[in-house]
Ligand binder design. Structure first.
Ligand code: FAD
Length: 423
């Protein structure tokens, strides 16, 4: 099977890179083994929230110089501040083309309300999520936080309690709908996505509206767990027409409906552009000659190789099995790439639970074009992007989605540029 580019991994990075290349007319395929970090994410996208020394970052683009000094191996430092500035803005435009409306801008972070009712800095947030500017008081008044009776992945009391501590008048409630009774009897099935499948049914709309009206008497703002609108915004649109208060959604424990919605929109855009998405297939090994990948072999395609001019590794970190920890070695399992990590496993973790964990910074080595390095040499047509890259701590630095998006568009630019130059 012949392509211009084959991408390994259908998470945020692989999809964004595939979309950009397909928009430029490339014939692309994405091989994707399973769920990605998006399925577990808040749905908000972080660009840069803190420097490695702990300094809080409000204006991510202005902090790139300090980041380069503190962390020269950070993917942003490798790509350079001019490229990151340009590609962060292009990422925002790409999301719009994917029909993903988001609040925020790379010039300045904003605050989103978390499932614990605290506020956390981020770059882009779904429009349904309650957000505030960095300065100034919380703008919501008379807030009714409404959970779902028996649903353990969202606690309205916690959210209302935190809001009260911040000086907001807030109350907590639980919604009871007979339509959810059958799901409720099986706690392992009583999850956000399954609840949304029930609540999104038009047959249940009227009862849902009546129950929300009953619980939110006198409220100006309603906050619900993100258990609505799996495939479209129709349910929320209908609620907003019928209920006078402003209505917002908060992410729940995974699986995350807000993250899944983002995944679905990106995948839809990739496929609409003619991209081939191969879900449930796993890249296993590659043939490499003269520092070039010539063939990629996957589980489902057996001996039939996927052949492309360029390959992109977007297989994620340990969470997605893009990196694997053996007793004495960290490996990248498909190509056997060089890994930036200490050789002794005692140095992989910090003993204190809440201390920065060294392993979060491990990843494959690349050159400055993000071409992956194997046995000390860059492979000319293999690019590494997203969470499989090393040199950064997405949790501590609040930069996970930003690195994935910016590196995805950077690699697309390298590939398209080199392809055009070679043509
Ligand atoms: C649980 C969790 C929650 C997060 N939440 C947020 C958040 O709210 N906001 C934020 O900014 N960042 C968040 N992050 C950081 C996150 O790393 C990035 O935001 C980003 O989503 C990572 O995307 P990725 O495409 O690089 O990797 P991933 O999302 O990990 O995707 C990698 C994909 O590659 C596939 N794959 C792996 N190996 C193979 C193979 N051999 N063949 C084929 N496919 C393969 C995997 O199945 C997976 O689908 C979170 C991370 C985690 C782990």
């Amino acid at each position: 099977m012949q392509f211009d580019t084959v991408l390994i991994g259908g998470g945020l990075a692989g999809l964004a890179c595939g979309i950009r290349l397909a928009e430029r007319g490339q014939r692309c395929a994405i091989v994707s083994a399973g769920q990605s970090a998006l399925h577990f994410s808040s749905g908000s996208l972080d660009l840069l929230g803190k420097l490695p020394d702990g300094t809080v970052v409000n204006h991510p683009l202005q902090a790139l110089g300090a980041l380069a000094q503190q962390a020269p191996d950070h993917p942003y430092s490798v790509m350079g501040s001019a490229a990151v500035t340009q590609l962060a803005s292009e990422s925002e435009q790409l999301m719009q083309r994917c029909d993903v409306p988001l609040f925020g801008h790379s010039e300045e972070n904003h605050l989103r309300l978390t499932p614990l009712g605290m506020r956390r800095s981020t770059w882009l947030s779904p429009l349904d999520v309650p957000v505030t500017s960095l300065q100034g008081p919380i703008p919501w008044e008379q807030v009714a936080v409404i959970g779902i009776e028996g649903f353990l992945d969202f606690h309205p009391q916690l959210v209302a309690g935190s809001l009260q501590k911040a000086g907001v008048t807030a109350s907590s409630h639980s919604l009871m709908l007979p339509a959810l009774d059958r799901l409720r009897t099986n706690p392992s099935e009583f999850r956000a996505v399954n609840i949304a499948r029930v609540l999104d049914l038009p047959a249940h709309r009227e009862a849902l509206i009546e129950e929300l009206k009953r619980l939110s008497v006198g409220a100006q703002t309603i906050i619900l767990p993100a258990c609505l609108g799996l495939d479209s915004s129709q349910t929320l649109d209908d609620l907003r027409k019928q209920i006078p208060a402003s209505i917002f959604l908060l992410p729940t424990l995974p699986p995350s409906l807000l993250g899944m919605r983002l995944y679905q929109q990106l995948r839809r855009r990739f496929q609409q552009l003619g991209g081939m998405f191969m879900p449930g297939d796993k890249a296993l090994r590659a043939a490499i000659e003269n520092h070039r990948v010539t063939h990629l072999y996957s589980h489902n395609h057996g001996d039939i190789p996927l052949v492309a001019k360029n390959y992109v590794l977007a297989s994620g970190s340990f969470f997605s099995n893009g990196l694997i920890a053996r007793f004495d070695q960290i490996i990248e399992p498909v190509f056997g790439l060089d890994i930036d990590a200490p050789s002794h496993h005692a140095q992989w973790t910090a003993p204190e639970l809440f201390a920065p964990q060294p392993y979060l910074k491990f990843g494959v080595k690349t050159d400055r074009h993000l071409r992956a390095i194997r046995e000390g040499n860059p492979l000319e047509n293999l690019y590494a992007i997203g969470a499989v890259l090393g040199g950064y701590d997405p949790l501590r630095e609040g930069c996970g989605a930003g690195v994935s998006l910016v590196s995805a568009l950077f690699a697309a630019q390298q590939i398209a540029g080199f392809t055009e130059a070679a043509a």
